[in-house]
Write a protein that binds this ligand. Structure first.
Ligand code: NAD
Length: 247
C-alpha cells in the first residue's frame, strides 16, 4: 500500500524528508492553488462554468462560429482575474525554486500568479491570459484594458480576424508537452496542488511519475481520484498546508 497519510507530526516529517531527498522535484498545479487569491475554480459553486456552459462558450468551434459569444465569457474571466495577487502557496513554490529544491512548476492555470510570486520556470500547458492571439495569421499581442469593452471583438491588426485570449479552449491541443515529457520522465517527486486530476492529458502526469517509481505529494481540500494513489495526501487549503510543508 503506497498511501501514507500525514496525520501525525511524524508523518509530516517523513514526507518532508522524502521530498528533501528528491533529485528532480516538480510541482503540478491547478485552479485550486489560486482559490485563496480570490479566483474560484471553474467547477465550484462560484465558478465560471455555472454561468457559462463550457460546450456553449469555451470550445474552438464556438469561437470560430460566434466570437462575440465566446468574448462574453472572456470578459467575465478577465474581470475575475484582474488585480489578483499570489497567495502563500504560490510564494512557497517560488521559494522552493529559489532554494534549488524545485526544478519547475507545470501549471494548468492561466492567471500568471506563479510568475508574479517569483517562480521562473513555469510551464503553462493551458496557455495564459496576458496575450491575445490570431488564429489566422499567428500574430500575438499583449492584452489591453480596452479589449474588455463590449460589444466589439478585438481584431487582428494585420489580417482583421477576431483575436482570442492565448488560452487553450476545448478542442485545442495542450501546450509545451515536448518540455513536460522529459521533465516528467526524470521526476522523482511531484507536488500535485489544487487539481482534481481529471482534465486530460495533465491528469496522467502524476500516474506517470508513480509508474516510474517517483513519490507523489497531493495538496487538496478534498479527496480526488489521485488520493488513493498518492504517497502523501495533505487535506486542507494549500495556502496553509504547502507553506507548512515547505517550512
Ligand atoms: P481543477 O479540475 O484543477 O479542480 C480544482 C481543484 O482544486 C479541486 O480538486 C478542488 O478540490 C481543489 N481546491 C479548491 N480550493 C483549494 C484550496 N484552497 N487548496 C487546495 N485545493 C483546492 O480545476 P477546474 O476548476 O475544473 O478548472 C479546469 C481548468 O480551467 C484548469 O485546469 C485551468 O485550465 C482552468 N482554470 C484556471 C484558473 C486559473 O488560472 N486560476 C481558474 C479556474 C480554471
Amino acid at each position: 500500500m503506497r498511501v501514507k497519510k500525514p496525520h501525525s507530526a511524524d508523518g509530516w516529517q517523513q514526507a518532508r524528508a522524502e521530498f528533501r531527498a528528491a533529485r528532480r522535484p516538480l510541482a503540478l498545479t491547478g485552479a485550486g492553488i489560486s482559490v485563496e487569491s480570490g479566483i474560484p475554480d471553474f467547477r465550484g459553486d462560484h465558478g465560471l462554468w455555472r454561468r457559462f456552459e463550457p460546450e456553449q462558450y469555451a470550445t474552438l468551434e464556438v469561437f470560430r462560429r460566434e466570437p462575440h459569444k465566446a468574448w462574453e465569457m472572456y470578459r467575465a474571466l478577465g474581470e475575475v482575474l484582474q488585480g489578483k495577487q499570489p497567495n502563500p502557496a504560490h510564494r512557497a513554490l517560488a521559494r522552493l525554486e529559489r532554494e534549488g529544491r524545485l526544478q519547475a512548476v507545470i501549471t494548468q492555470n492561466i492567471d500568471g500568479l506563479h510568475q508574479l510570486a517569483g517562480s521562473r520556470r513555469v510551464v503553462e500547458v493551458h496557455g495564459e491570459y496576458r496575450h491575445l492571439q490570431c488564429l489566422r495569421c499567428g500574430r500575438m499581442r499583449p492584452l489591453r484594458e480596452e479589449d474588455y469593452a463590449p460589444p466589439a471583438v478585438p481584431a487582428c491588426h494585420d489580417c482583421g480576424a477576431p483575436l482570442k485570449p492565448n488560452v487553450v479552449l476545448f478542442g485545442e491541443w495542450v501546450r509545451h508537452m515536448d518540455e513536460v515529457g522529459p521533465l516528467l520522465e526524470s521526476c522523482d517527486a511531484l507536488l500535485v496542488i489544487g487539481t482534481s486530476a481529471e482534465v486530460y492529458p495533465v491528469a496522467d502526469l502524476p500516474r506517470q511519475v508513480i509508474g516510474n517509481g517517483g513519490r507523489v505529494f497531493e495538496f487538496n481540500v478534498e479527496e480526488t481520484t489521485l488520493t488513493s494513489l498518492a504517497d502523501y495526501s495533505f487535506r486542507g487549503p494549500c495556502g496553509r498546508t504547502l507553506p507548512r510543508f515547505v517550512a
